[in-house]
Design a protein around this ligand. Structure first.
Ligand SMILES: *Cc1c(COP(=O)(O)O)cnc(C)c1O
Length: 366
């Protein structure tokens, strides 16, 4: 099966082998510590400008990384402003509610860019805002949020910027030196092409160090999701709790392959080439994208479901041919469908996908 959903992805042979052929490891032994340090170093090496950042990894899906980032860095006494334009932004607001931390929400329509005017108004009205949380690639619509201006606002005001980059980490540019975020959350099983089970957060080392020194300064509402604890132990390669050992072995293989293939720039280009092909074909078949190409990410595009067609029929038609595509979420359900371009997808697969799409939209139109 070729997965065209936004993670998990179809595995490369090397990652699959790492899963099945690696040695059994105890997470308290030096072999696992070596593996951990290697993974963290590789994660810190993905983007230029990461000198002031430390990577932390923990076992769980992407949501686990985002929730740990908010648990560790969103403050208990001062509000976090969530800037949302989709499911994942609104999910961060829900996480803060569950953590009983003060929050404000600058919400935009899911089809719109993030609302900077509203954000500025809220920042002016609430000078005690300590953090801003935002999604980089809002997978709901496929929009790659442009964050430069928001990051500049945060820098000017000394506010810590927290980025959910789960579906863009390692597949789009994250200019750390320029944006200077406080933390960025990612996952193994999207653009990095690992297996589900490991999430990661890149965070300012200085802040992790300060929070580590003062237990009473801990803002974490959760023991498991406190990144400071992981940071302290992972400097020596160990973790406070059992890690997903096999997922870590697969992640290392994925990171080696990622570097050999040319890093995030090459990966973005691969995703973009596939996306452009599918977009052009669908346009020819009369299926419009939700957003213009220049506003979309490289790894996923959302398409409007034409009136005459029905999503479950499209899904089943492609599934029968070996492809999984993705429905719209929430208010978009039934109105859009999404096709991601991450993972191991060969030329023959692309050709079969094009044929499947052509058959579906031509046959039904006829
Ligand atoms: C996929 C995704 C997540 C997390 O998803 P999991 O199912 O927990 O792995 C979070 N944010 C964004 C933007 C995503 O695309």
């Amino acid at each position: 099966m070729i997965l065209l959903n936004p993670g998990p992805v179809s595995l490369s042979p090397r990652v699959r082998r790492a899963l099945s052929e690696s040695e059994d490891l105890c997470h308290r032994e030096v072999e696992f510590a070596d593996l951990t340090r290697d993974i963290l170093q590789r994660l810190e090496g993905i983007y230029a400008g990461a000198d002031d950042y430390a990577a932390v990894m923990l076992s769980g899906s992407g949501t686990c990384g985002v929730e740990a980032m908010l648990s560790t860095f969103a403050q208990k006494e001062r509000p976090t402003l969530v800037v949302a334009n989709g499911v994942y932004g609104e999910r961060m607001a829900e996480m803060l509610r569950r953590q009983a931390k003060p929050l404000l929400l600058a919400r935009a329509e899911w089809i719109e860019p993030i609302d900077l005017a509203q954000t500025r108004r809220l920042l002016d009205a609430h000078p005690d805002i300590a953090r801003v949380a935002v999604v980089h690639h809002e997978t709901t619509s496929g929009r790659l949020n442009s964050l430069a201006e928001l990051a500049a606002l945060c820098r000017e005001r000394g506010i810590g910027l927290l980025i959910d980059a789960v579906s863009s980490f390692a597949g789009e540019d994250i200019p750390l030196a320029d944006w200077q975020p406080l933390a960025v959350a990612g996952t193994a099983n999207k653009c990095l092409h690992g297996v589900p089970g490991i999430a990661c957060v890149l965070a300012r080392q200085e802040v992790l160090e300060t929070q580590a020194l003062e237990t009473q300064a801990s803002q974490s509402t959760s023991l498991y999701l406190d990144l400071v604890g992981y940071y302290q132990e992972q400097r020596a390669g160990f973790s406070p709790f059992t890690q997903a050992v096999q997922a870590a072995q697969a992640l290392r293989a994925a990171l080696v392959e990622f570097a050999e293939q040319g890093g995030w720039r090459a990966r973005r280009q691969t995703f973009q080439t596939r996306t452009d092909r599918i977009r052009a074909l669908l346009a020819e078949l009369g299926v419009a994208s939700l957003l213009p190409a220049r506003e979309s990410s490289s790894m996923l595009t959302a398409y409007r479901m034409p009136e005459a067609f029905d999503y479950p029929a499209l899904h089943d038609h492609l599934k029968a041919r070996g492809f999984i595509i993705y429905a719209g979420q929430g208010q978009f359900n039934g109105r859009i469908f999404r096709i991601a371009s991450m993972g191991e997808i060969g030329e023959a697969d692309m050709a079969r996908l094009e044929q499947g799409l052509r058959e579906f939209f031509q046959k039904q139109a006829a």
